[in-house]
Design a protein around this ligand. Sequence first.
Ligand SMILES: Cc1ncc(COP(=O)(O)O)c(C=O)c1O
Length: 420
Amino acid sequence: MPHHLSSLGEKLTARSGILELMDDLGNALQAGPSVRMLGGGNPARIPAVEAEWRRRMDALLKDGDRFERMLAHYDTSQGQKAFIRALVQTLRETFGWEITERNIAITNGSQNAFFYLFALLAGRDSGGRDRQILLPLVPEYIGYADQALAPQAFLGMPPAIDYIGNHHFKYCVQLDALPQDTSLAALCLSRPTNPSGNVVTDPEIRALASFAGDQGVPLIVDSAYGAPFPNILFVETTPYWDRNVILSLSLSKLGLPGTRTGILIADEPWIEAIVSMNAVVSLANGNLGQTLVRPMLEDGTLLRMSREVIQPFYLEKSRQAQAWIQEFFPDDLPYRVHLSEGALFLWMWFPGLPIPSAELYRRLKQRDVLVISGHYFFYGLPEPDAHSRECIRITYSQSDEMVREGLRIIAEEVMRAFGG
Ligand SMILES: Cc1ncc(COP(=O)(O)O)c(C=O)c1O
C-alpha cells in the first residue's frame, strides 16, 4: 500500500461492509460443498433459462461475423444503439412510457450506475450546501452504503412496522415523517427491497415521487429484482416512471451477473451526465449481455421468460422455504418473517433476541450455515435501535437440501440463543 493516499483513496480502500461480505462469501464458497450458502445475492441457476442463453450464444456464433464484431468494437459510452432501441420499444409497448433512445444509458452493472449517481448528487453542491440521499425505508441495500464519496451522504428513515399475525410483518414508509428539509440530493430505494423482500406499494411510490418533485430532487428506484425483468415480484404492483424518476434495471438477476450490464432510464440531462461519466471512467460498456439479450427483447422472449419461468421459480422457492420455517421454528419462539413480496431473500426478525445478530451469524458460520447479519443494512439512521440487531437475511434460491438443512440449523441456533 503506498504511503500517501488521497482522502478519497482512503475512503474507498477502508474495509467496507460490502467488501467484508463479498470476501466472506467468496471464501466460504471455496471452503467446499459442506457450506450451506444462504448468504449471497447470486441468482439461481435455472436450467430453462440457462438453455436459452446457450441457444442465443449458438445463434450469435453462427450469425456471420456478429461474434467478431461484438468482440472487436468499443460501443458508444451510452451503450449499444440496437439494444437501447429494443429496450425503448419494449418499455413503450409494455408500460406506455413516453421515452426515446435519449432516455437510456447502459453501465457496467447497476452497482456502477449507483456509484455514478451518488457521485453526481450527494455532497457539497456549488452553492456550498451539503446534500444527502434520503433512503425512505431502511433496512436498504448494503451495496449503496460505502459508495458515496461525501461524508454522511445518506439520511435513512426507519420503517413503520405492520405486524401481521404471530409470525409475519411488513415494513411501510413513514410518509408523514418525510423530512421537510431543503438539503436533499435525491431519494433512493430498491423495489423489491434487498434485504427485506418488501415491495414499496403503489400509493407509497406515488407519494414519494410527489414528495421528490416538491423538493426538486429525483427519485431513484432500483428495480434490480423487479419489473419488467427479472420480475421476481410476488405482489401486484405498477412499475413507476416519470421524468423525475431515475429507474435502474439490471440483467444480473436474470442469471447474467457475469455480463455486468446495468440500465438507467431517466430524463435526458441525467442520461447525458451518466454517459459523460461512463466515457471518463470506462470508455464503453461490456457488450456481451446487450448482444445476447437484444434479440430476446425484440421477439418478446425476455419478458415472457421473466413472467413464465423466473417469477414462478422464485415464488415456489420462497413458499417452500417459508413452509420449512414453519416446520422448524416452534410456534412459541419469537420469530417473524417479512412478507415475501419479491427478490431472493427471506428477512427474519427475532424480537428480543438475547445476542446481536452478528453473533448469531458467527455461531451459524461455525455450523457451516452462511446468512447475512441484518445490522449491515441499517445505515444512515440517527440512532439504530434494537430491531437493527435482531434480523438476518436468508437467500432462499439455493438447492432445496441446502435451504432446508440451513433453516433447520438456524432454528436450532435461535432456540439456543433464547435459552431453549
Ligand atoms: C438492490 C440491488 N441493486 C443493485 C445491485 C447491483 O447489481 P448489478 O451491479 O449486478 O447490476 C444489487 C446486487 O445484488 C442489488 O441487490
